[in-house]
Design a protein around this ligand. Structure first.
Ligand code: HEC
Ligand code: HEC
Length: 171
């Protein structure tokens, strides 16, 4: 069964760190919550998101509404909490991820679990270079050298470490 672990580090750590700065040698406390997502509820909640990210969660071609289908749950959750708190600036989406709109952590878990099950766009937008071009080869080399250590050899990312999936093709 899929479980979503949520490290509530944003507000809690600040609280604990502020408190602990007054006491010597107190370790920060990390609180982790776990939720078992309800995909049916996630599908219903996703209707709010579909207004911008579209019903398939493929976003639009120029990426101003990004594709979110198939992204790792921990990555999606981090983006939602960052956007909710304003840590990541996204004024158009921010009102839609507040507790009064989308609900609490259980609802967030439901919706991210649903999104992560959606297949990615097989006909996603591509760059200008064909696979046999020098530029493509150079891009591949740069990617493997500078990016693949975190995002994976094929851009598959890593859910445990919250490294986003970057690949655009169906798995
Ligand atoms: C009013 C339009 C709008 C709505 C509604 C909306 N979003 Fe977004 N969302 C955006 C835009 C625009 C961005 C990209 C902002 C940027 O480039 O930083 C974004 C970015 C994201 C990202 C980060 C993607 C990335 O590649 O970094 C995630 C995850 C996301 N949205 C999920 C959701 C979910 C889940 C919902 C529903 C609860 C939702 N969004 C509702 C407009 C919207
Ligand atoms: C040290 C690990 C690391 C390396 C190396 C790295 N990234 Fe990332 N990347 C991350 C993390 C972590 C995030 C998510 C940041 C966040 O949650 O705000 C990210 C986010 C991204 C995103 C946004 C994805 C999304 O869906 O929102 C893109 C695009 C990206 N990286 C591309 C690259 C490219 C291209 C390179 C190489 C030039 C690279 N990264 C190298 C760790 C890394």
């Amino acid at each position: 069964m899929m479980r979503i672990r949520l490290a509530l580090c944003h507000s809690l750590c600040i609280l604990v760190l502020t408190f602990s700065s007054k006491l010597a040698a107190v370790e920060p406390i990390r609180v982790v919550l776990e939720f078992v997502p309800d995909l049916d509820n996630g599908r219903r909640s996703f209707e709010i998101c579909a207004r911008c990210h579209l019903p398939e969660a493929w976003g639009n071609d120029d990426g101003t509404y990004p594709q979110i289908a198939g992204q790792h749950v921990n990555v999606l959750m981090k983006q939602l909490l960052d956007i909710r708190s304003g840590r990541r600036s996204n004024p158009s989406m921010q009102p839609f991820v507040q507790e009064r709109t989308i609900g609490g952590y259980q609802n967030l878990s439901d919706v991210v679990a649903y999104i992560s099950t959606l297949p990615m766009n097989p006909a996603h937008n591509r760059g200008p270079w064909t696979e046999d071009s020098d530029e493509y080869e150079f891009g591949k080399k740069l990617y493997l050298q500078y990016c693949s250590s975190c995002h994976g050899q094929y851009g598959e990312g890593n859910n445990e470490l919250s490294y986003p999936r970057l690949q655009g093709e169906v798995r």
